[in-house]
Design a protein around this ligand. Structure first.
Ligand code: PLP
Length: 439
């Protein structure tokens, strides 16, 4: 490093979704990780309450995954996935498809959740056009939805600050109402009321005409907005309305895939089968970036079989099905299976639920929501300073050796699925002891 650059050596990195000025005034650095812990450069352990960013489901630097990546890097570092194939990509597609119910069995690889979302939206449009319904171009998202940061994802997404600076976005997009019901605060698991919120789709069908609507995209459990658990019957009702009007249903399972809710994915947990699913994050245990879209065989056949000879879908990424990512994903799926981590998450869920709900009554806490190994702990915002109280809690927890995630004034917890009961108690103990001291 050039000594002349040292005084400014944190200036060049424009950090994503970060308060850059505050961070650079008071940095928090991590430089190593193992299993349930991160380590600061000074060697201080930080318990990971967030599986990184909802993605390190098997815990950190797992040997089997590390070795698979090392081996693959030495064998073939890269090959184009356009008009060429690598055996691991075909093997992985089958393994991913085996985790979703039929007829979902065709897999398109991407490198992130955002790319999975844009890919799913584009496949939905291509499907309708291939079947002679090119008028179906409208995409429906949901208020408070998070679908990454591509233009498609922020268009169907429903989080204001992620959209406002970026102009008119995609045309012809509309949004369902959010499923959040403040009167159901402190509900354990799925709220019993609220299935009828799905009828909002009927309103949009009446408003725009079914023949203009291509697809509806929702997170089965909304994560990044602060953990909103779907009311019982809501997803089933959404499915039925989509069927009635020929609208494709897309589940964005970037967070809920790969065990987070105590099942392989939310699709299996809830028994509601969408037409397309977006995955990323846990697919590779986050060790190498990768995403995937799984779609029904009917969608694949409509697009592929109806196309003239040659390329059927003009879409793909340089790094689609990257060999290192395929190796990381296959090893991750092996670890999930060998250690029965999806079942482990389901076994731990009752302890988790009891632990997070023990925060009811703690100073500032106005709601606790949970499902599987996910929890949202909503704080009363400090008057005139939205988000400040949660951010202060985040900093205090980090200083106490616990990594949490905050969004607005909501704390989101989603530990690796290898978490122990004692570590769950430790996380909740830290929060219970520090929240009363937060202004
Ligand atoms: N969709 C959902 C539901 C997500 O939670 C996320 C990220 O948190 C994304 C999409 C975007 O994924 P990525 O950040 O990998 O682009």
């Amino acid at each position: 490093m050039n000594a002349a650059t040292l005084p400014n050596d944190d200036a060049a990195f424009w950090m994503p979704f970060t308060a850059n000025r505050a961070f650079k005034a008071q940095p928090r650095m991590l430089s190593a990780a193992r299993d349930m812990h991160y380590f600061t450069p000074e060697g201080r352990a930080v318990l990971d309450g967030t599986a990184g960013l909802w993605c390190v489901n098997a815990g950190h630097t797992r040997r089997k995954i590390v070795e698979a990546i090392q081996r693959q890097a030495a064998e073939v570092d890269f090959l184009p996935a356009f008009q060429l194939g690598h055996p691991l990509a075909f093997e992985l597609a089958q393994r991913v498809a085996a985790l979703t119910p039929r007829p979902l069995d065709r897999v398109f690889f991407t490198n992130s959740g955002s790319e999975s979302v844009d890919t799913a939206l584009k496949i939905a449009l291509a499907y309708h056009r291939a079947r002679g319904e090119a008028s179906r171009t409208r995409l429906i998202g949901r208020e408070r939805g998070y679908h990454g940061v591509g233009f498609g994802g922020i268009s169907v997404g429903g989080i204001g600050p992620n959209r406002r600076p970026y102009g008119p976005l995609l045309p012809g997009v509309d949004h369902l109402r959010s499923t959040h019901d403040p009167s159901a605060a402190f509900t354990r698991g799925q709220p019993t009321a609220g299935a009828e919120l799905a009828d909002d789709l009927e309103r949009l069908v009446a408003l725009h005409g079914a023949d203009t609507i291509a697809a509806v995209i929702v997170e089965p459990l909304a994560g990044s907005t602060g953990v909103l658990v779907p009311p019982r019957g809501y997803l089933e009702r959404l499915r039925a309305i989509c069927d009635r009007h020929g609208v494709l249903l897309i589940f964005d399972e970037v967070i809920t895939g790969f065990g987070r809710l105590g099942a392989a994915n939310a699709t299996s947990l809830f028994g509601v089968t969408p037409d397309l699913i977006c995955f990323a994050k846990g697919l590779t245990n986050a060790a190498i970036p990768m995403g995937a879209v799984v779609c029904s065989r009917g969608i694949y056949e409509a697009v592929v079989d109806n196309a003239p000879p040659g390329i059927e879908l003009f879409h793909g990424y340089t790094y689609s099905a990257h060999p290192l990512a395929c190796a990381a994903a296959l090893a991750s799926l092996d670890v999930y299976e060998e250690e029965a981590l999806f079942e482990r998450a389901a076994d731990l869920a009752p302890h988790w639920e009891a632990a997070v709900h023990s925060l009811a009554g703690t100073r500032h806490v106005v709601d606790v929501r949970n499902l599987g190994l996910v929890a949202g702990i909503e704080l009363e915002p400090r008057p005139g300073e939205p988000g400040a109280r949660a951010m202060e809690t985040f900093r205090a927890a980090f200083d106490r050796g616990l990594l949490i995630r905050v969004t607005g004034d909501i704390i989101a917890l989603s530990p690796p699925l290898i978490v122990s009961r004692e570590q769950i108690d430790e996380m909740i103990g830290v929060l219970a002891s520090l929240l009363p001291g937060v202004a």
